[in-house]
Design a protein around this ligand. Structure first.
Ligand SMILES: C[S@@+](CC[C@H](N)C(=O)[O-])C[C@H]1O[C@@H](n2cnc3c(N)ncnc32)[C@H](O)[C@@H]1O
Length: 231
């Protein structure tokens, strides 16, 4: 193949790829995580459809967070998963380690508005915490979400109530400490959901703890570890 033709093919491929990413982001769907050539199940999904004006407003806040901020958040498909999980199990007490700017917290908040539950979320970085507080307010969730600013390894020691869902999305090497401290509070039938569970990022100590305990049932899908504390 001539050099000019090869260059044209490469340039076209790059343009088509970038367009696909921009288009999917505009719809609130991020491209799938699997490697080149692989298809993700979430490509079969469509963007969420607002049921009422409240949901519409919240989807707007979520979209703005993704558009305007530079910090890392879970992708929309994981946010939707968190909402569905919390709402369907009628969760009343959700604990999140790693608030960042509040994106995943707002997905939980959508569920908790329906269940009458509460989210307590932990963030060590003051600037992210301030942004998250503002985002929770914009989403109309300031009354159901408590943001605790500080080192979660210390702060979670104060927790006492039974937990329906424990969501881990902070320092990866800290997951084992959070698990040791909080698993006793997770109610039977409750869940530990851990983000960034993949061969590159998962802490072997955490993986060992959640896959060898007969009281736990764990699966990993698309980088999310889902652990049931058996009844
Ligand atoms: C990946 S981000 C969380 C994203 C968030 N769950 C979302 O989807 O919007 C991880 C966050 O954990 C925070 N973090 C890291 N170590 C922490 C600690 N020891 N205590 C509290 N927060 C911590 C970081 O500052 C960062 O904002």
């Amino acid at each position: 193949m001539k050099n000019a033709a090869r260059t044209t093919i490469i340039v076209t491929t790059v343009i088509v790829g970038i367009s696909a990413i921009l288009f999917s982001n505009a719809l609130g769907q991020r491209p799938s995580r699997p490697g080149a050539g692989q298809q993700s199940d979430s490509q079969l999904e469509k963007p969420p459809i607002a049921k009422d004006a409240n949901e519409k407003r919240i989807f707007g806040v979520l979209e703005n967070i993704l558009k305007s901020q530079r910090y890392r958040n879970v992708p929309p498909q994981d946010g939707r998963f968190l909402r569905i999980t919390a709402e369907s199990m009628n969760a009343k007490n959700v604990i999140e380690i790693g608030t960042s700017t509040g994106y995943s917290g707002i997905w939980f908040g959508m569920a908790l508005q329906k269940t009458g539950g509460k989210l307590t979320t932990y963030e060590i970085d003051a600037q992210r915490a301030a942004t998250a507080r503002a985002n929770f307010k914009k989403a109309g969730m300031a009354d159901i979400i408590t943001l605790v600013e500080g080192d979660a390894h210390e702060e979670v020691k104060k927790l006492k109530s039974p937990i329906d869902i424990l969501f881990l999305d902070a320092d990866k090497e800290g997951y084992i400490d959070y698990l040791n401290k909080l698993l006793p509070l997770v109610r039977p039938g409750g869940l530990v959901i851990a983000h960034n569970i993949n061969p590159r990022m998962a802490d072997p100590k955490y993986m060992e703890a959640i896959t060898t305990n007969p009281n736990l049932e764990t699966i990993v899908r698309s980088g999310v570890g889902l652990t049931l504390k058996k009844q």
